[in-house]
Design a protein around this ligand. Sequence first.
Ligand code: PLP
Length: 377
Amino acid sequence: MKKIEFYRHNIGEQEIKAVTETLQNIFITTGPKTRLFEKEFAAYLGAKHCIGVTSWTIGAFLVLKAWGIGPGDEVIVPAMTFIATPNVILHCGATPVFVDSERSTGNIDVNKIEEKISPRTKAIIPVHLYGQMADMTAIRTLAQKHGLRVLEDAAHCIEGTRNGHRPGHLSEAACFSFYATKNITCGEGGAIVTNDDELAEKLHLLRFHGMSKSAANRYYQTYQHWDMEILGYKANMTDIQASLLVPQLERIEETWKRKNEICRRYEEAFRAERIEFPVSLTDSKPARHLFTVWAPRGKRDSILVALQEKGIGVAVNFRAVHLLSFFRKHFGLKSGDFPVAEEIGDRTISIPMYPKLSHEEIEYILDTVIKTFQSKE
Ligand SMILES: *Cc1c(COP(=O)(O)O)cnc(C)c1O
């Protein structure tokens, strides 16, 4: 029996050549390649600054730290996300305050945010789930009204737009992931984009021990003593990571077109069989990071096993975060608190969706998913 992997990355000859070149250079840590990637990534997103880091998680943590978020503060997050989103708030000593999802897309329900805002609320972290952007226009209006900052979790959304806006346009900062299964990858990596000069400067310090000069600054200029201005961390992207990312970024639109074709084929076939999936909004260009279908109630786990037995790699993105043991235990959260996120979390199945899928594989996936759903109804 053939096996269709859940995901296969898009690293090829260009990336191998680029990384080999870097390994032959003097600089393998943060240097000219990192700078090049940061410049190109900022340009692609139409942002003023990009700061390359080692993961989404550390990047988002540094943004919250730069804003001084700490004990006693609250930050609003959707219940339907990956655990990294609330975890960075916890690492700052602050409290994540969850909000339910909208039924159509799974994104944060903007009508349910305001009731969660308290005098302790400092920021909102919307997540662009599966690559489709949350309603940033509404979120920005709310944030301005209540004096809150917004950090976009754009781990799924590099290529996406909504009403012509990209991640980073309607917020103080957007954070991206280059983890192994993300839209472009270097195994592990991340980046923050922002138009805020002061925040960018602070993030540069925070990602490198709070040091005023990086190793590359010291190498390329005559010797200057560095100073430690603030207590920082160690999160700088390396030239090895950046050289893997540059060619993928240059091909990103071409890659997106292929993913979009696959998604449209899936959508058309599933719609014909009345299989449910998150809607694609007409005012949006979805980044097409994940394709998920919603199983009949109570049937998700048996369908997951059935698809695996037929050689199809599957994933669950995600079970509602507030029902995981840690959040139940420490925040007293329970079933029924966020019913829409819970329903999506109980029904969602992510199926393979990436440019390397062949026509035969796509048709096999469609046929198998449809038959499996019908057999479980
Ligand atoms: C992958 C992911 C993250 C974490 O990214 P890392 O680079 O692994 O830290 C955060 N949020 C969402 C929604 C993700 O899918």
